[in-house]
Structure formats: structure tokens, C-alpha cells
Design a protein around this ligand. Structure first.
Ligand SMILES: NC(=O)C[C@H](N)C(=O)O
Length: 336
């Protein structure tokens, strides 16, 4: 029988009703007791890492999860992490950079409704997660509502519905129907994973709105090593007289800050070279471009990169090198 390590972190799946709303309370062992069929799939060891709403998850928690998996990697055939849904896509992206080429499945799951509720998605999601953890799937994935989504491609796209996650700019790896796993894509792996244990956390994100003031960007650049700008459409920044963006960006590039342009449009990614408002950012200022990466993946990738190097050329090389299929569309001039 296969052996699976279950890591508890909290989230709705483990929550109970309190006078001030739902809050995590149940341990992983208590969750497992609600889904007895899992004991016929594998033998499970539980470890409680923390018990928090995923709103309270920080990069330090990502490192804790990665360390727990690394410490026990040889002992187990697969890993299940029960996690809140709100920041699960960020955790999935972060683990995809911290644990690369894993030949074993590392599955994140959770629920929209607590396991103690009558109409809960927790039991199906948990059972499906374990089915995947004993399968030939490999790498970091989210298993949720019958879908298996690559860690670098996941996004929470619904706040309430059971179909909470989508795979962005990439197909789902597999689906589960009534407990039957249909695998479509198997990511490549190595005989042993490559682990990392450092993150550079000084990364910020700025979402553009029409008429946005460059002062906010200036502030973020001053207080961080990297800033991601979610602009409009395929990409660009205001260039009208007095907008000030070009001056702020030029100074930041001279100060060796990392600046990544991405788009607030969920699907199909950026392409800065299409419009005049984007062309100069790419070709004169040499800002980095996210293309088809999700913002969640860009945040985690930058932290992973800044945990390793501060050299601008190396940051650029690592950013433009695909990791776990996070980036498919790359222009020739960006290829590492
Ligand atoms: N569905 C959930 O798990 C939401 C919860 N607030 C969390 O992210 O922990």
C-alpha cells in the first residue's frame, strides 16, 4: 500500500462556525475521519504545520511547507496539503518553484464549504486529492472539484461556487469523474526533485487604473526589490504629457530594480511590442515581460529568483527560463 503524507494548514475545509465567522479548528486526522474511504487507498501520516485562514499565509509558510516535504520526501509516495482556497494558487505557484521536477505528486486541496457542513465539497476534494497522490501524476498540482490544475497555472476564479479554480493559459492535467482519474498531460520530472529554501520577499504588485498616478509606482519601487505592474490589454503604460511613468521607470532601472510588465486580463497574456504605449517599455527601458504567466506565478517566481541572486542579468535569465510550464510564449529576444 502506498504511503501519503498529509500536511494540515487550515482553511475552510478545516473550519468550524464561530461567533465571528468561519475559522480553522479541525486537524488533518479529524478531516480524514470524515472520509473513511481514504484508508482503503493508502496509509496516511498526518502532520499539522499550522491552522490558519489562508488569508494569513505568508512566504514564510510556503517555506515551511516546502521544508516539511523535503524532510520526508524519501519516506512517502505522495503528499496532500489541505489549504485554504483564497491564496492556494499562490502557494501552489511558490511550491512549484521551491520543489522542481518532483517525480512524486504534491497535491494541494481545500474546499468552499467546511467538512462539517452537510452540503460540503470537502469530502470529494479530499478523496480526489488522495487518489491523485497515489497516482502516476507528478509535480505540484491543485486538485479541486474534479479538476487537476498545474501549480504554476492555477487561479481562484470564483469566490463561492464549487468550481473555484481555473487553469490559466494551459490545459488541465487531468479530471476526476466519480473517483476515476483521467490523466491527459504528464509533466516531465527528474529521478529526484530540485529543492530550494530561500525567497526574497520584497516583491510588490501594482494594478493600473485609468489615470493612475506614477507616485504609487514610485513608492512601491522605493520599498521593494521587484515590482510587477498589471497593465491593460496586451500591455502598455500611460505616455501622455506629465504622466511621469517613463521617468520613474528609467530611474528604477538605473537603480537595478526588477520591473515586470503583465496584464490584468486573465487570459492570453501580454505582448508589449504590439502598441506604441508598450513598445518603448520593452525595447528602450528593457522591462521584463510576463507573457502568458499568471500573476500568482510571477509573484512566486520573482521571490524564488530574488532568493538566489541580485544580479540583473541573472534575474533576467531565470525569469525568462520556463519552470514547470509556467511560461510558453517567449519572444526570440527574451529566450534565455
Ligand atoms: N474556501 C476557503 O478556504 C477560504 C478561506 N478564507 C481560506 O482561504 O482559508
Amino acid at each position: 500500500m502506498k504511503k501519503v503524507l498529509m500536511l494540515g494548514t487550515g482553511g475552510t475545509i478545516a473550519s468550524e462556525v464561530t461567533p465571528s465567522g468561519l475559522a480553522p479548528a479541525l486537524t488533518s486526522a479529524e478531516l480524514l475521519r470524515c472520509v473513511p474511504e481514504i484508508s482503503s487507498l493508502c496509509s496516511v501520516t498526518c502532520e499539522e504545520l499550522f491552522s490558519i485562514d489562508s488569508t494569513n499565509v505568508t512566504p514564510a509558510h510556503w517555506l515551511t511547507i516546502a521544508r516539511a516535504i523535503r524532510a520526508r520526501y524519501e519516506e512517502y509516495d505522495g503528499f496532500v496539503i489541505a489549504h485554504g482556497t483564497d491564496t492556494m494558487a499562490y502557494t501552489a505557484a511558490a511550491l512549484s518553484y521551491l520543489i522542481q521536477y518532483s517525480p512524486k505528486p504534491i497535491i494541494l486541496t481545500g474546499a468552499q464549504k467546511p467538512i462539517v457542513f452537510e452540503n460540503t465539497d470537502s469530502k470529494t476534494n479530499l478523496a480526489d486529492a488522495f487518489r491523485c497522490a497515489v497516482s502516476d501524476l507528478r509535480g505540484v498540482m491543485i486538485v479541486f472539484n474534479g479538476r487537476v490544475i498545474l501549480g504554476t497555472r492555477a487561479r481562484k476564479t470564483r469566490t463561492v461556487s464549487l468550481q473555484a479554480f481555473s487553469s490559466i493559459n494551459y490545459p488541465e492535467l487531468a479530471v476526476l469523474q466519480n473517483g476515476f482519474l483521467m490523466e491527459y498531460i504528464r509533466p516531465s520530472a527528474l529521478p529526484a526533485p530540485v529543492f530550494y529554501d530561500k525567497l526574497g520577499e520584497r516583491v510588490a504588485l501594482m494594478k493600473m487604473i485609468p489615470g493612475a498616478d506614477c507616485g504609487m509606482l514610485s513608492y512601491l519601487l522605493e520599498h521593494n526589490d521587484a515590482v510587477i505592474i498589471e497593465s491593460f490589454g496586451v500591455g502598455g503604460l500611460p505616455s501622455y504629457q506629465g504622466s511621469g511613468f517613463e521617468r520613474v521607470l528609467r530611474e528604477a532601472m538605473e537603480a537595478e530594480k526588477t520591473i515586470v510588465m503583465t496584464t490584468q486580463v486573465q487570459n492570453e497574456g501580454s505582448n508589449l511590442s504590439v502598441y506604441d504605449v508598450g513598445f518603448h517599455l520593452k525595447n528602450d527601458l528593457h522591462l521584463l515581460e510576463a507573457y502568458d504567466m499568471t500573476t500568482e506565478a510571477v509573484v512566486a517566481k520573482l521571490m524564488w529568483i530574488l532568493g538566489q541572486t541580485r544580479d540583473p542579468a541573472e534575474i533576467r535569465r531565470l525569469f525568462c527560463t520556463p519552470v514547470s510550464y509556467d511560461l510558453l510564449y517567449l519572444k526570440r529576444e527574451d529566450k534565455a
